[in-house]
Design a protein around this ligand. Structure first.
Ligand code: MSP
Length: 635
């Protein structure tokens, strides 16, 4: 048995979001990354704690409440409620939701302030400077761009105030040393370098109070009733409150392994203020600050006025939650900015989910139903299967290594390489041929077993990213307990029990068609074919072609390689080899789709697809009445 001490722990946090605006895709991204990390660690046997919440004090929130005509608390309750209600809809599994207006949080902030004050690191002084209301902070002359706040592009106010200051400057050298001694304290490296660049300049002390004459919406200082706490000194402490600092057991477990997730916009408070605040309060620094880039829309920052704020629920409702989670994790390289485009999103769904994974699921389950009476068959060892099994057993470590380096897109690429390997395994082993040869029965069983077991391995590994679909696949494989923490056979081969009942189910990821915003919502194609517009039909490049050459594809009795004339020469691969002999096809006029994405079948690239009916028993080519012109459009 593992002792308490040996138990692996994991603690992940998101920023606590300001309640001055409704949630958008940026908030959703950070929270989904945290959720994927939390789920992965639970699955890998870590005792995991996941914290998110809302940041509710300060000028910005007070101003937004005023604009909305509400009292600050009432306003904060309402917007905080929107965040809290959103997360379950995105399958977010946070353990706790912290609010900075919670009484226990206020208590912790006051106790830390008192502690730092008592140690002499907080003093009273006067300050005059350029203050940006949007950022809630003073700017140094050198930080302004053309006299304006670099973030808001507004001219800051000149403010003079008597305030309390935290001696941040005292910890400058300690912080530089800590970052240098712990190269992954702030990561990826570009943000570590950015933090070190800030620290090249002398660090000023941090103003940590606001006079109540100007702002009352905040936590009153424990040592001066006339002041409230600066919103960042209040907000950062949520990471401690959320795990029951100072004396809960959870704090002892989680703090040493804390992983903060933020975007680059709030690097300075997290990379500079927070570690020095912790040092001043006599608390160990956090373990890692993980910084990601920005989602931009049409290469620009999201903007309410340009109408480019992307709402997570709109995307989820149109395309499905798992597709949305998958896209965010697959298309952003952690640390770099990414451009969001709905068109790219749709392409990803169709290529990776509908085509690669969706097809694998439906083919595999159909074969189990058709050839093995809907049960997981028995398997025997066969040397030809070694490459598939080797990739499967190494896959968990590959994915884990990508998680460790925050390369979530790489984790998905590794899983997709395995999906494609499994798809190739099916094409090359041709179970449909084995099924016609009774002595090959044991081999057919093994091939089907391997395909189903590969699917189980895939479902387990995509669980953190796409929990609903993964659970669905596992249940179709007859696995009832789909709680990640109960997965017992991660990184092993052969975990799928023989005899499990297989359920075929409906299409997991229907293909989606992108329609420009003025054409209405995107259409999701289901198994029952929906109506399509004339324009949509016209996107298919359907033509008359003439077969110039035909030959069998090596080692396949079904595939034929055809050279066709459509006004230009093309090669296509067609699965008609059982019903048509190559020599009978030469000279024949056939119907083809030209603008299909090329695919490789048994090593031959196909640049198009011919039209035929396929009843399972017989394939029949579409033909023409009279003499049709080569290259003519079919409409
Ligand atoms: N309240 C502070 C954080 C205090 S944490 C102690 C705050 N809130 S915020 O609502 O502005 O959230 C900022 C965070 O939202 C970013 O750091 C990031 O996690 C997320 N994002 C907001 N816009 C984003 C993008 N366009 N792209 C990616 N993430 C972004 O700052």
């Amino acid at each position: 048995m593992i002792s308490e001490k040996e138990m692996k722990n994991f603690y992940v946090t998101t920023p606590i979001y300001y309640v001055n605006a409704s949630p958008h895709i940026g908030h959703a991204y950070t929270t989904i990354v945290a959720d994927v990390m939390a789920r992965f660690h639970r699955m890998a046997g870590y005792r995991t704690y996941f914290l998110t919440g809302t940041d509710e004090h300060g000028d910005k929130v007070a101003e937004a409440a005023r604009e909305a005509g509400e009292a600050p608390q009432e306003y904060a309750d309402r917007i905080s409620g929107q965040f809290r209600a959103l997360w379950p809809k995105l399958s977010i599994t946070n353990d706790y939701f912290v609010r900075t207006t919670d009484p226990d949080h206020k208590e912790v902030v006051r106790s830390i302030l008192q502690k730092v004050y008592d140690s002499g690191d907080i003093y009273f002084g006067e300050y005059e400077g350029h203050y940006c209301v949007g950022c809630e902070r003073f700017y140094r002359e050198s930080e302004l761009v053309d006299g304006m706040c670099p973030d808001h592009l507004t001219v800051p106010e000149t403010r003079k105030e008597s305030n309390y200051f935290f001696r941040m400057s005292k910890y400058q050298n300690w912080l530089i040393g800590h970052i240098q001694d712990n190269p992954d304290f702030i990561r990826p490296e570009r943000y570590r370098n950015e933090a070190l660049a800030f620290l090249k300049e002398p660090l000023e002390d941090l103003c940590i109070s606001r006079p109540k004459t100007r702002l009352t919406w905040g936590i009153t200082l424990p040592f001066d009733e006339q002041y409230v706490t600066y919103v960042w000194f209040d907000a950062l402490i949520n990471y401690l409150t959320g795990i029951g600092y100072p004396d809960s057991e959870q704090f002892g477990i989680s703090w040493p392994v804390s992983e903060h997730l933020i975007a680059k916009d709030i690097l300075k408070p997290h990379g500079i203020y927070w570690p020095t605040m912790l040092k001043g309060a006599g608390i160990e620094p956090y373990q890692h600050l993980n910084v990601h880039g920005y989602w931009n829309i049409d290469q620009n920052k999201m903007s309410k006025s340009r109408g480019t704020v992307v709402k997570p629920l709109d995307l989820k409702d149109t395309y499905g939650l798992d597709a949305f989670r998958y896209f965010l994790m697959r298309d952003m390289v952690f640390g770099l900015d990414s451009n969001f485009s709905e068109e790219a999103f749709v392409q990803r769904i169709n290529a990776d989910l509908a085509n690669d994974l969706g097809n694998l699921v439906s083919r595999s389950l159909s074969m189990a139903v058709k050839y093995c009476e809907g049960r997981v068959p028995a398997a025997a060892d066969h040397p030809d299967d070694a490459p598939l099994i080797a990739k499967a057993t190494g896959l968990f470590s590959e994915v884990e290594a990508s998680f460790r380096s925050l390369q979530f897109h790489k984790a998905l690429i590794s899983i997709w390489e395995f999906i494609n390997l499994t798809n190739r395994y099916i094409v090359e082993r041709e179970p449909w041929v084995l099924a016609k040869d009774p002595p090959a029965r044991p081999r057919l069983d093994t091939v089907v077993y391997n395909i189903l077991e590969a699917l189980r391995v895939i479902a387990v590994l995509v669980t953190p990213f796409m929990p609903d679909s993964a659970g669905d696949i596992l249940r179709r494989l007859g696995i009832e307990d789909v709680e990640p923490q109960n997965f017992s056979s991660i990184g092993t081969w052969g975990g799928l029990p023989k005899g499990n009942v297989i359920t075929r189910g409906t299409s997991l990821f229907p293909r989606v068609e992108y329609q420009k915003p003025d054409e209405g919502p995107a259409t999701i194609l289901t198994d029952v074919k929906e109506e399509i517009s004339f324009e949509a039909f016209h996107k298919i490049d359907l033509r008359v072609a003439q077969v110039i050459e035909a030959q069998r594809v090596n080692k396949s009795d079904k595939l034929l390689k055809l050279k066709i004339d459509v006004g230009e020469e093309r090669t296509i691969v067609a699965g008609i080899g059982k019903d048509y002999r190559p020599e009978d096809l030469v000279g024949k006029k056939i119907a083809v789709i030209l603008n299909l994405k090329p695919v490789k079948l048994m090593g031959v690239e196909s640049h198009g697809m011919l039209l035929a009916t396929d009843t399972g028993d017989k394939v029949s080519l579409v033909s023409f009445d009279g003499d049709a012109d080569v290259g003519a459009v079919i409409s």
